[in-house]
Design a protein around this ligand. Structure first.
Ligand SMILES: [Ca+2]
Ligand SMILES: [Ca+2]
Ligand SMILES: [Ca+2]
Length: 456
């Protein structure tokens, strides 16, 4: 059994002058002890006499106190959040397809194998590969990276990461935990931030029904469901069939179909239950503390009911703040061109607690395709669209929408049906992306991922 200790914070510091010019400081320390997956928070309070003069800065006092912490503690200072995410410029990395920094892990996934010529198999990209390219990424002007999901996936979905098997286990073809924490720390040392892509809507595909309509027809009353292979079931915490919806496939991309149905066969979690909600917070809090992430990109947000986000987002925000990350950024993927639909998932627009800080700017994406990629529509629609932001989004999100020209779910900007390698159009589009309102996000992996999860 492994026990680890990390100091979470040193706070409530104040000083007082004593008669001989020494400074006395009261320090309140909070840390946690990890035994397996169980974490226990421990704290103490002590008065420390600092042997300096009143001219010593508070910073020097804090450094002294941190140095004085007993060696039995593994010191972990979490990286603080940026003051304002509008200052950030995100570079999106599809980890498997970015850079192979360690060929020795290419066949380390127990459920999927390396095949560099098959677009739906592992191609070898990993955390070391990202770390090796941080100088390059930073030289492009990026100040943050967003990486695809990291848990162990089911079978061949292991190259993209969006079909988890074990949410608590790192998939080994992307590297070890030390590779991950080294990469994140290296980004932080450059003043860059790391956003993790997380999935709350579904796991992989281990569940189906004997009913032949299961894969095509949405059934509000539900089907009898089963493990596709009784020998391959999910580990805890979602190891029961009752943890998943049993309504069959998404037949129409409207509620409740798209909330309760399976997306491309992916097993749809009962996100309305407290069991799923509580465990999702625990899972992703675990990854924040384990790897020091600075924000989340939340996959398939519209396939989860708003009440889930009103639970999850504030809980994650509060946990991150307890580590000193007081501006942990969470932006959702709402794959829809409607501002009212996308805006519904921001802030308090759906009612209740403050949910997502932002969303991917899909409405702008569609206008950019028309005006700049195919050049088939006029630019007035861009002006009209910006005028449509106010009122549709939570005011706190209006200037934090994450803008993009393409992504891993879309054809590349330069592909034949879009800009068709017209570099003049790309130049205009990039100039727009980096000068328009919003937080720009660029995908610059290999030319075409040849992977789409969705039918629309
Ligand atoms: Ca590799
Ligand atoms: Ca769902
Ligand atoms: Ca399924």
């Amino acid at each position: 059994m492994v026990q680890r200790m990390k100091v979470l914070r040193v706070s409530s510091i104040y000083s007082q002058m004593s008669g001989n010019d020494n400074i006395r400081v009261r320090v309140f320390r909070v840390w946690y002890r990890v035994v397996g997956r169980n974490r226990k928070t421990v704290s103490d309070e002590r008065m420390v006499k600092f042997p300096g003069s009143c001219r010593c800065s508070v910073t020097r006092i804090i450094l002294y106190l941190l140095m004085a912490i007993p060696s039995s503690f593994v010191l972990a200072q979490y990286h603080p959040s940026p003051a304002d995410w509008r200052d950030q410029n995100i570079y999106f990395i599809f980890t498997d397809r970015f850079n192979d920094g360690d060929p020795s892990n290419n066949n380390a996934n127990p459920q999927s194998s390396y095949n560099g010529t098959n677009s739906r198999r592992i191609h070898g990209g990993d955390f070391r590969g990202i770390e090796q390219k941080l100088d390059y990424i930073q030289a492009l002007g990026a100040t943050a990276i967003w990486i695809t999901p990291i848990p162990q996936n089911v079978g061949s979905s292991g190259y993209h990461g969006y079909g988890a098997d074990n949410f608590y286990q790192l998939q080994p073809n992307w590297g070890s935990m030390s590779d991950l924490t080294s990469m994140v720390a290296a980004a932080h040392s450059r003043g860059m931030y790391v956003v993790l892509d997380v999935v709350c809507n579904h796991q992989g595909n281990r569940i189906d029904s004997a009913n032949s309509s299961w894969g095509t027809v949405f059934n509000a009353s539900g089907y009898p469901v089963r493990w596709s292979n009784s020998a391959n079931q999910y580990p805890a915490p979602f190891n029961q069939l009752t943890n998943f919806h049993n309504n069959g496939a998404i037949q129409y991309y409207i509620d409740p179909n798209q909330v309760l149905g399976e997306l491309s066969g992916l097993d749809d979690l009962r996100t309305e239950t407290m069991h799923v909600r509580t465990n999702m917070v625990n899972i992703y809090a675990y990854w924040i503390q384990a790897a020091d992430f600075d924000g989340f990109r939340l996959d398939t947000a519209k396939h989860v009911e708003p009440g889930f986000w009103q639970h999850f987002n504030p809980a994650i925000r509060a946990y991150a703040a307890s580590l000193g990350k007081t501006n942990f950024f969470q932006f959702g993927e709402v794959f829809d061109g409607s501002d009212s639909k996308c805006g519904f998932y921001t802030g308090t627009k759906a009612g209740g607690a403050f949910a997502n800080d932002s969303v991917l700017d899909y409405p702008l994406y569609y206008k950019l395709q028309s005006a700049l990629a195919t050049a088939s529509g006029n630019t007035k629609q861009l002006e009209d669209r910006f005028n449509a932001i106010a009122g549709n989004y939570d005011p706190a999100a209006e200037y934090h929408l994450v803008t993009f020209l393409d992504n891993h779910d879309q054809p590349r900007f330069m592909s034949p049906n879009w800009a068709n390698n017209n570099t003049n159009r790309l130049a205009v589009a990039l100039a727009f992306l980096y000068s328009a309102r919003g937080i720009p996000c660029l995908l610059r992996n290999r030319a075409e991922l040849q992977w789409r999860r969705r039918s629309r």
